[in-house]
Design a binder for this molecule. Structure first.
Ligand code: C2E
Ligand code: CA
Ligand code: CA
Ligand code: CA
Length: 281
């Protein structure tokens, strides 16, 4: 048994080594990637399922590594966050997304632009100045920019978070709670956060219509959002049954593979015209 225990330990430590090595590798490569422009933004349309119009986009970062190919954000964002590199990367995302949004505006396309903020960026003292600079530089109407935050980012020092949210609101931008229902914010806090919308997490949507608990939870989140006068966006919507369920429950803004995966900029216009064909416009 002892020998086995040792082997097991050996096995685990090798696994840990591999994980630690991968982290280190990604950390080193991230620094290089920022310099050599290996990142791009994809945009996932948010569609009004009643009118089949695009009402917004979520900007999602992509990293194409010269040797490793696509490295998913779930792998590198936490490392960028831990090392602080996210501040630089996040600034790039913000500017890039605003510039694309303005290109859309100039083509006469409506729709707001959502970006994801990391905890580190949210706590950064320069965030407000940075957003206000970008809005100024790009001439983007502030109301078109929406920032997505998670409940866990808001729950540590709640008073500081509320103050920061108010400063962001004062810039005129929209605020949205991402992955709603997966964190541990309570309803009493939700009322105090000056946010405009909630995104129902994919984990609740994915098993609709097979899981009746998930259907109850989703319906309850939507009903609550309406009571609090918050917009609600459903994420991770993949099937027409899910769209039908959401519609029946008064959630009309839908994001997910059912309509479109995140797309590179040059595919957005193609998607828009296909959607218009479907809507019979
Ligand atoms: P998120 O903010 O919850 O983004 C939604 C994720 O769900 C995206 O994954 C998107 O591609 C994926 N998705 C969209 N529709 C569907 C669907 O119908 N089915 C399924 N299975 N998935 C769907 P992605 O792009 O891999 O991003 C993962 C996470 O990485 C994001 O989750 C977000 O937390 C983070 N992230 C991505 N881009 C950025 C960024 O620019 N900055 C920061 N701070 N975080 C980012
Ligand atoms: Ca998001
Ligand atoms: Ca989300
Ligand atoms: Ca998520």
């Amino acid at each position: 048994a002892k020998a086995k225990g040792r082997n097991t330990f050996h096995f685990y430590s090798q696994e840990l080594d591999a994980a630690a090595n991968e982290r280190l590798y990604i950390e080193n490569e991230l620094r290089q990637a920022i310099k050599s422009k290996q990142f791009s933004l994809y945009y996932q349309p948010q569609v009004d399922c009643k009118t089949l119009k695009i009402v917004g986009y979520e900007a999602l970062i992509r990293w194409k590594h010269p040797d490793k190919g696509m490295i998913p954000p779930t792998k590198f964002i936490p490392i960028a966050e831990a090392t602080g590199l996210i501040v630089e990367l996040g600034a790039w995302v913000l500017e890039e997304a605003c510039m694309f949004s303005m290109r859309l505006q100039r083509q006469g396309r409506s729709g707001n632009m959502s970006i994801n903020l990391s905890a580190r960026q949210f706590k950064d003292a320069h965030l407000i100045a940075e957003i206000s600079d970008v809005l100024e530089r790009t001439q983007m109407p502030p109301s078109l920019l929406h920032v997505e935050l998670t409940e866990s980012m808001l729950m540590g020092d709640v008073e500081a978070a509320i103050a920061q949210l108010h400063q962001m609101k004062d810039l005129g931008i929209g605020l949205s709670i991402d992955d709603f229902g997966t964190g541990y914010s309570s309803l009493s806090y939700l009322k105090r956060f000056p946010v405009d919308s909630l995104k129902v997490d994919r984990s609740f949507v994915k098993d609709i219509p097979d899981d009746s608990n998930d259907m109850e939870i989703t319906a309850a989140i939507i009903a609550m959002a309406q009571k609090l006068k918050l917009q609600v966006v459903a994420e991770g919507v993949e099937t027409k049954e899910q769209v039908a369920f959401l519609k029946r429950n008064n959630c009309f803004i839908v994001q997910g593979y059912y309509y479109s995966p995140p797309l590179p900029e040059h595919e957005i216009e193609i998607f828009r015209s296909q959607l218009q064909d479907k809507a019979g416009i």
